[in-house]
Write a protein that binds this ligand. Structure first.
Ligand code: ATP
Ligand code: MG
Length: 572
């Protein structure tokens, strides 16, 4: 079944003239939205929080927080006050200075946001860490970046190997009754007493802000360094892609441990003065639909893995929930299968808009805008101001419909400025000093829509054909028995590689040989003979990163009996 193009929405007022913007837009235009455009004094926390707190948005809700028995509301005025207090605590109880690395290692909570924004106010470089990291993962990141301080909770503090981190001077612990000894400082004790006034550290556009370690889907996570100027693109895409408006309630489900959770869980929407929802705890269908209803979420940014889980839970899970507040849904992190887009249309009568970008790009790059027709299976077109192309290994631009390296013309505002401690790695991303090469393989059709095919390393060469795993995985998902699928190439003396599919079945479905054959025939008939998996293995679960990405390198390592490499970002 081929899904037809879904027509443009009328509602996307910002982007009605995409072609004109592409021809005329200049990032210099977007800079005018910031106070530093006039003053020259730069700090992203000022632009995201203080500026609104000093405007008509002072009493507007900046943050709703819900987790278990906590249900709290903070205005922009509150956020200014509490991030100032946090800044005072961090500054007064440590030797942290501008440019020093501080990590934030805690579950999603208002305190995480206060600490992160406070750290930015003192000009430190913030490394967000996902709460599920164990000791080895925490050590690697703190050691690699020579961290001076960390903010954590009583539950997580034991995972910080202070003895092995001689340069780690201060461990701030957020919680009640924390005993101060050694490097440990009670965050709450000082927070209560701290002044709510703080003189923000003024910086330059090129001053570093965040050090984000990548998801580790393809190998050891890399420390990607971002700078203040990223805010230009984060705000512009919040307007264009997220389509945020004054009255919206925006929910980005990503944890700040990943780049989506900072760029769009914090900065984009706050820079735009938007009300944000943060929901703590783990994914559950009931909690998620419940949160949309309770807070009247209108714009929702999530990931294919979450949509697939909601899809698997079926219509019954939605019963009794009024989801009519939703008007715009977006996805990131993994290819958005056409099957999920179809489900979105059927379930919400709404298009799910794909957005493609990476930790290294710092902000959205290729997206489906509301104002353009949507081709299911395509991630859309470049954000105006961004030049994307499919290039060969020498940097030559390939014609439409040819699979190759997805590349971006170097120099967009949110582009990473370094890989920490690894200049060779940083340089290796660039070709002829012109193109940033993403490591993803894709093609562009004659209408300028980009189609993701897989990681370059995951592309399968079988009997002389290049096949991207994504297309096969998406086809497999259309089979009613299948919940999730991961496809790899397995070396084969005759065919180069053969296609092997790892499949998780719907609950209650019997994993039989007949079913394998049926699935094989299904792909053969619906996609292509050479794309049908020769080998199929049923699994209860597929190995995934904590941000929900299928780890094909782990499937491959299992299959070929190779070392699995760094597993710090893999979910339990
Ligand atoms: P690592 O670089 O450590 O291996 P990672 O690449 O998964 O991990 P991220 O920067 O979080 O780390 O993810 C970026 C990658 O996610 C992209 O290169 C792409 O492969 C995938 N991705 C992101 N958005 C999309 C999308 N909309 N469609 C397809 N793939 C996507
Ligand atoms: Mg990557």
């Amino acid at each position: 079944m081929v899904l037809k193009t879904i027509p443009a929405l009328q509602s996307d007022y910002q982007m009605q003239d995409y072609e004109k913007l592409v021809a005329e837009f200049d990032w210099k235009e977007a800079e005018k939205a910031f106070s530093w455009y006039e003053t020259g004094k730069v700090n992203i926390a000022h632009e995201a929080v203080d500026r609104h707190a000093e405007s008509f948005r002072k009493n507007k809700v900046a943050l709703y927080y819900k987790d278990g028995n906590r249900n709290e509301t903070y205005t922009f005025g509150d956020l200014k006050k509490y991030s100032n207090k946090a800044a005072n605590v961090l500054k007064n109880c440590s030797t942290l200075e501008k440019g020093d690395r501080i990590f934030v290692f805690m579950p999603r909570s208002p305190e995480l946001y206060f600490a992160l924004l406070g750290a930015l106010k003192i000009g430190a470089i913030v490394g967000p860490l996902f709460e599920a990291f164990m000791e080895g993962a925490v050590y690697d990141r703190l050691d690699d970046s020579d961290a001076k301080a960390i903010v954590t909770t009583p539950e997580l503090v034991d995972r910080i190997p202070v003895d092995r981190l001689p340069n780690l001077e201060t461990v701030f612990v957020v919680g009640d009754g924390v005993t101060e000894e050694g490097k440990v400082i009670s965050f709450n004790k000082h927070f209560e007493k701290a002044s709510k006034e703080f003189e923000v550290e003024w910086l330059e556009r090129e001053s570093p802000t965040l050090l984000h370690y990548t998801s580790g889907s393809t190998g050891k996570p890399k420390g990607v360094l971002h700078v203040q100027e990223a805010m230009v693109q984060q705000l512009q895409t919040a307007k264009w892609v997220l389509d945020l408006r004054e009255e919206d309630v925006f929910w980005c489900t990503a944890d700040p441990g990943w780049v989506t959770g900072t760029a769009y869980g914090i900065f984009g929407p706050l820079l735009a003065g938007t009300t944000n929802l943060v929901v703590g705890g783990r994914f559950s269908t009931e909690a998620w639909y419940g949160a949309v209803e309770e807070f009247g979420v209108s714009v929702w940014y999530s990931a294919p893995t979450a949509f697939r889980m909601l899809m698997g839970a079926g219509a019954a899970a939605m019963e009794g929930h009024d989801l009519s507040s939703l008007r715009h849904i977006l996805s990131v992190g993994e290819p958005l299968n056409p099957e999920v887009v179809r489900w979105g249309m059927e379930t919400f009568n709404m298009r799910i808009h794909d957005t493609w970008w990476m930790t290294e790009t710092g902000a959205q790059m290729i997206c489906n805008f509301g104002s353009m027709p949507l081709k299911p299976g395509s991630m859309g077109k470049p954000v105006p101001g961004i030049e994307a192309a499919i290039v060969d290994d020498k940097g030559n631009i390939l014609p439409p419909n040819r699979m190759g390296n997805l590349a971006l013309k170097k120099g967009w505002p949110a582009m990473m400025r370094a890989i920490w401690n690894n200049p060779e790695k940083y340089d290796s991303y660039f070709l002829n000093d012109e193109w940033y090469v993403s490591g993803d393989s894709a093609y562009m059709d004659e209408d300028g829509y980009f189609f993701f095919q897989g990681r370059v390393d995951d592309v399968i060469m079988t009997s002389g054909e290049r096949v991207g795993p994504f297309e096969i995985e998406s086809k497999l998902l259309e089979h009613p028995a299948i919940v999730e699928a991961g496809v790899i190439g397995k070396p084969d003396p005759v065919r180069g590689e053969i296609i092997k599919a790892f499949i998780a079945l719907q609950e209650g479905v019997e994993p039989t040989d007949e079913l394998k054959e049926e699935i094989r025939q299904f792909v053969k008939k619906e996609l292509a003979g050479h794309a049908a998996p020769r080998e199929i293995e049923f699994k209860d679960k597929l190995p995934k990163t904590r941000s929900g990405k299928i780890m094909r390198r782990v499937l491959k390592a299992w299959e070929l009996d190779l070392p699995t490499g760094d597993l710090s970002t893999m979910e339990d």
